[in-house]
Design a protein around this ligand. Structure first.
Ligand code: ADP
Ligand code: MG
Length: 407
């Protein structure tokens, strides 16, 4: 990547503020997916093994600037200590005199996890005073939180005004892997886009039309494209206020000679419910009392056959309501197909997006893909070609950071 990384600095004996993305999904205080914690391990271990003292910080959920007991990082500390095989101490707050005392006591190789940064409104407001307090805990700032890099917050951007700032190993991997899609991806480069809404993905759709040779659309957003072409889709999720935008994208695709593919059949159900009965219909035969909940078998076959030619595939957004097993086949089939193409044919397969990544990880197929991004919104903004403030704030490659003698 074009930024300095943690490997460019001698950290031994120095105090490091490590911003990670430990924002894991919780269900009643239990972590339902620890992918982001595991993805953060390499940098944590790297720093500890080299004898740095590590002050680790993250946000969790959306406490909106107030202390929320349900969003404390305690479960994260516990999972982290299981993964590291050592106890992980944590503080009761992200800043304050108590934290400063705990930080002062850190020895080389010690790790301390700060409480949820977003308990302070100053974090999301990128308040310089708050950023300065965080910076006072360390001599070096390492950003490994790719998933938060599209936000200019105190712990992702503000702090870099007070400390030398470098990328962590996960940040580097994310930027390099997604960067491959922006810089000379091997062609054909096709995108598979799904998920609930067109409105969430307008910008990335436009960006992909300039980069890809084909865009295969599934999920709820395909309904809006089909409706824009005049299809009647019963009770399906259709964004009525996005029909013009969808039409514009269809026109743009034609103008740019990008093949934009839409489903030809669908799995339908009377409602989204785990006991709802499903059946398969042609896309122009969706009954008035049913809704589209997944792409159908014919669409799966057409899409995967078309993707056989691709050398690079980016996938964002599930093909259906994958949370319900009887509505998950389109998503699961896509995941299995891409994993196989990557493992057997060396196709570059990159998956980004919270729900699509969860689907892939749930099937245990993450390791078979070329790259599974931990950044949902961040990966999309990156692909749109936007500059991520958390990345832009890092020191450029080639800069020299000397932390001086060990105190
Ligand atoms: P990602 O997080 O991968 O970017 P999104 O958040 O855009 O994906 O969309 C995921 C959601 O879309 C899932 O909760 C899924 O149930 C929903 N979804 C997919 N297909 C449909 C559909 N046909 N109707 C309603 N919701 C859908
Ligand atoms: Mg999502």
């Amino acid at each position: 990547m074009d930024a300095l990384t943690v490997r460019d600095v001698n950290v031994t004996g120095h105090r490091v503020f490590l911003r990670a993305d430990l924002n894991v999904p919780l269900d009643d205080g239990r972590i339902t997916d620890d992918t982001r914690i595991r993805a953060s391990l390499p940098t944590i271990v790297y720093l500890l093994e080299r004898g740095a003292s590590v002050v680790l910080a993250s946000h969790l959920g959306r406490p909106k600037g107030k202390v929320n007991d349900a969003l404390r990082l305690r479960p994260v500390a516990e999972r982290l200590s299981e993964l590291l095989g050592r106890p992980v101490r944590m503080t009761g707050d992200a800043i304050g005199p108590g934290v400063a005392v705990a930080v002062d006591k850190l020895r080389p190789g010690d790790l301390l996890l700060l409480e949820n940064l977003r308990f302070h409104a100053a974090e999301e407001a990128n308040d310089p005073a708050f950023a300065k307090e965080l910076a006072a805990f360390a001599e070096l700032y390492v950003n490994d939180a790719f998933g938060a890099a599209h936000r200019a917050h105190a712990s992702t951007e503000g702090i870099t005004h007070f400390l030398p700032a470098v990328a962590g190993l996960l940040m580097e991997r994310e930027v390099d892997a997604l960067g491959r899609l922006l810089k000379r991806p091997e062609r054909p480069f096709h995108a598979v886009i799904g998920g609930a809404k067109v409105s969430d993905k307008l910008d990335v759709l436009h960006a992909l039309l300039s980069r890809c040779q084909a865009v295969l659309v599934g999920g709820g957003m395909a309904n809006t494209f089909l409706a824009a072409r005049g299809a009647s889709l019963g009770k399906s999720l259709v964004e009525g206020d996005q029909l013009d935008n969808a039409s514009r994208i269809l026109v743009e695709a034609r103008r740019k000679r990008v093949r934009l593919m839409l489903p030809t059949d669908a799995v339908v159900a009377p409602q989204i419910h785990h006991r709802a009965r499903t059946r398969t219909v042609a896309i122009n035969e969706v009954p008035a009392d049913q809704m589209v909940v997944d792409i159908g078998p014919q669409t799966i076959a057409t899409y995967t056959e078309y993707l056989e030619k691709a050398r690079t595939v980016f996938w964002n957004g599930p093909m259906g309501v994958f949370e319900m097993p009887q509505m998950a086949e389109g998503t699961n089939a896509m995941a299995r197909f891409l994993a196989k193409r990557s493992a057997r044919a060396g196709v570059v397969t990159i998956v980004g997006g919270g729900d699509s990544v969860a689907a892939v990880e749930h099937l245990g197929l993450g390791p078979k893909m070329t790259h599974v991004s931990t950044g949902g919104g961040a990966s999309l903004e990156f692909l749109e070609g936007k500059i991520l403030p958390g990345v832009a704030a890092l020191l450029p490659a080639g800069a020299v950071v000397n932390l001086g003698p060990v105190s």
